[in-house]
Ligand binder design. Structure first.
Ligand code: UFG
Length: 339
């Protein structure tokens, strides 16, 4: 069964391709390589023994998207990751984000309708909840005004999907990810941050590798036990597996409605200081850090209510925070040896 994975050479996409192939799915990757590398395709082959089909496509261009679907007429389902994802950049270049993220969604859905492809899994984010009033946050919590154009694209895309599913044969599963980190245990695939990392884990591993002088911890005056921000960090391999389960749910006609939403997190929140301590313990490396002022746009704390995903989707995160820290460091070490 052939699955189209858009953004399949990216961080979460590449791990999902591995999990799909290990379950016997045939994968077509569509990626414009704007934020990833073609070598990922070979590294996926090293892990799984199977080279996925790769198509270099800019999905924000309708004609390129049309050609992709014309070439692969036997696609059973689409997992749509392809999107620009840097929160800070989106504030400075909102049109780039609206154009890339929304046009590509529209083009893909249009081609799915055209070719009678019914199954769609969408990469959404807990960013749509903003700072929830109640924690852990469940799928039916009200959505808040997005804090960045990037976050807003996720909200708008969710709405577009609902409308298209209501008016067509398309079924959709929207997975709202919490904070994906870590890397495949082989250290053959992982996250490639471009330039100075914005996210905590790549900044921390680069600090451990001596590339950055110190980690800035953005604020220790939040209303949390140690004052630093709390997130629900999830191992990227656990997250990847949720996509395979979502596709299998569609194959087995288990969806309860035309669009379904699942929180994909661990249900446990860790503070920035918890992360630093876990990294130091597991990898036996001291991290230089400084407490600095809060980062604009950050929420204080969020973690997932995973009951619905656990019970209804039949998926549960299995890897521990220590597993995440170990694999993140293995990946960083490998990157430094190679570059
Ligand atoms: N942090 C630091 N220092 C850093 C980087 C981050 O202290 O150098 C802190 C942040 O203040 C926050 C936590 O670490 O408390 C996590 O920050 P990240 O930037 O790693 O992640 P965010 O929660 O801000 O954002 C991530 C993704 C977004 C996504 C969002 C919610 O980057 O794409 O989760 O899903 F929208």
């Amino acid at each position: 069964m052939k699955i189209l994975v858009t953004g399949g050479t990216g961080f979460i996409g590449s791990h999902t391709v591995v999990e799909l192939q290990e379950k016997g799915f045939e994968v077509v990757i569509a990626d414009d390589l704007s934020n990833s590398f073609i070598e990922v395709v070979d590294n996926i082959e090293k892990i799984t023994g199977v080279k996925p089909i790769f198509e270099k496509v800019d999905l924000s261009i309708a004609e390129e998207t049309r050609k992709l679907f014309e070439k692969h007429k036997d696609i059973f389902g689409v997992i749509h990751f392809a999107a620009s994802k840097a929160v800070g950049e989106s504030v400075n270049k909102p049109l780039l984000y609206y154009r890339n993220n929304i046009n590509s969604l529209i083009n893909v859905l249009e081609q799915m309708q055209e070719h009678d492809i019914k199954n769609f899994v969408f990469s959404s984010s807990c960013t749509v909840y903003g700072q929830p009033d109640k924690l852990p946050v469940s799928e039916n919590a009200p959505l808040k005004k997005a804090l960045s154009p990037y976050g807003n694209t996720k909200k708008i895309c969710e709405d577009i999907i609902d409308d298209v599913a209501a008016a067509s044969e398309i079924n959709a599963i929207k997975l709202r990810y919490f904070n994906p980190i870590g890397a495949h245990e082989s250290a053959l695939i992982g996250e490639y941050p471009q330039g100075i990392p914005n996210n905590l884990i790549p900044y921390l591993t680069q600090t451990a590798a001596g590339i950055r002088e110190f980690l800035s911890i953005y604020g220790n005056d939040y209303n949390t036990p140690d004052g630093t921000g709390i997130r629900d960090y999830i191992h990227v391999v656990d997250l990847a597996k949720a996509h395979v389960i979502a596709i299998e749910r569609m194959i087995n006609n288990k969806c309860l409605s035309k669009t379904e939403i699942f929180n994909i997190g661990t249900g446990v929140g860790y503070s920035v200081l918890d992360i630093v301590k876990s990294f130091e313990k597991v990898n036996e490396i001291k991290i230089n850090y400084k407490i600095v002022s809060r980062r604009a746009g950050d929420i204080e704390k969020v973690w997932a209510d995973t009951a619905y995903a656990n019970d209804e989707l039949g998926w549960k995160a299995e890897r521990t925070l220590d597993d995440m820290m170990r694999s993140a460091w293995n990946w960083e070490t490998k990157l430094r040896i190679e570059n």
